[in-house]
Design a protein around this ligand. Structure first.
Ligand code: DU
Length: 220
């Protein structure tokens, strides 16, 4: 009930004027393959298992992914990479995530992004990042079994380390671990953007290894 209520408050947020306009703007200009679809065009709440021990944290909502489907990591290539990896690790009941009503269930995992709206150029401003941090904080508090925050990319790492108030802030890197005194262990992973996956900066084997490490750290 706490998570459901939080999800509704996230979806109703209008705090960042630039993002309120952009999430609608991109919804009005779908690529041909999504022409005629009704876009969600709102902030996207977290999704998954309320008993999650691992939280996969992305950068921001994808313009034609979550901003279209209304569910985190759903309906775009980055989401495909994440959900396939969760499935290989036994944390998702299938390897695909296409629509909010496809029946996907996560088991032991939660998903969301540092900024819940679609930002211009996939680049939220520092102010937008910090404005959205309260939602991460509330979510982490509500996910009472959480042990690991698997952080995708440097932007989400900045958000997570600010949320955690760690000083000095540990540098982002693939496989970097930072244990918090109270709270989940932060675990860095290169972001599965097409730029990283097409160039081999991040391979499926590298992603699998980090997810496996997250599962190991999350073990009771
Ligand atoms: O109504 P429900 O079974 O609590 O599921 C709500 C929502 O959360 C549904 O879209 C599936 C997802 N979910 C999940 O992915 N994993 C769980 O363990 C429980 C719920």
């Amino acid at each position: 009930a706490v998570l459901a209520d939080l999800g509704e408050r996230i979806a109703a947020c209008t705090r960042c004027p630039r993002l309120v306009s952009w999430r609608r703007e991109v919804a009005g200009h779908p690529p041909p393959r999504f022409a005629g679809e009704r876009y969600w065009a709102r902030p996207v709440p977290g999704f998954g298992d309320p008993a999650a021990r691992v939280y996969v944290l992305g950068l921001a909502t994808a313009a034609h992914g979550g901003n279209r489907t209304g569910r985190a990591f759903t309906g775009n290539p980055t989401g495909d990479w994440v959900v396939r990896a969760l499935h290989r690790a036994g944390l998702a009941d299938r390897p695909t995530s296409e629509h909010a009503d496809d029946g996907l269930r996560l088991d032991g995992a939660w998903t969301g992004s540092a900024v819940r709206c679609a930002p211009p150029g996939n680049r939220p401003t520092p102010l937008e990042r910090d404005t959205c941090l309260g939602f991460l904080s509330e979510e982490v508090r509500a996910l009472t079994r959480l042990r690991v925050l698997l952080v995708l990319g440097g932007f989400a790492w900045d958000a997570a380390t600010r949320w955690a108030g760690v000083r000095p802030r540990p540098r982002f890197g693939h496989g970097v671990e930072h244990r918090l005194d109270a709270g989940p262990t932060l675990l860095g992973c290169y972001h599965p953007s097409r730029q990283n996956t097409n160039t081999g900066v991040l391979t499926e084997a590298m992603l699998d290894a980090v997810v496996a490490r997250a599962v190991e750290l999350a073990r009771p």
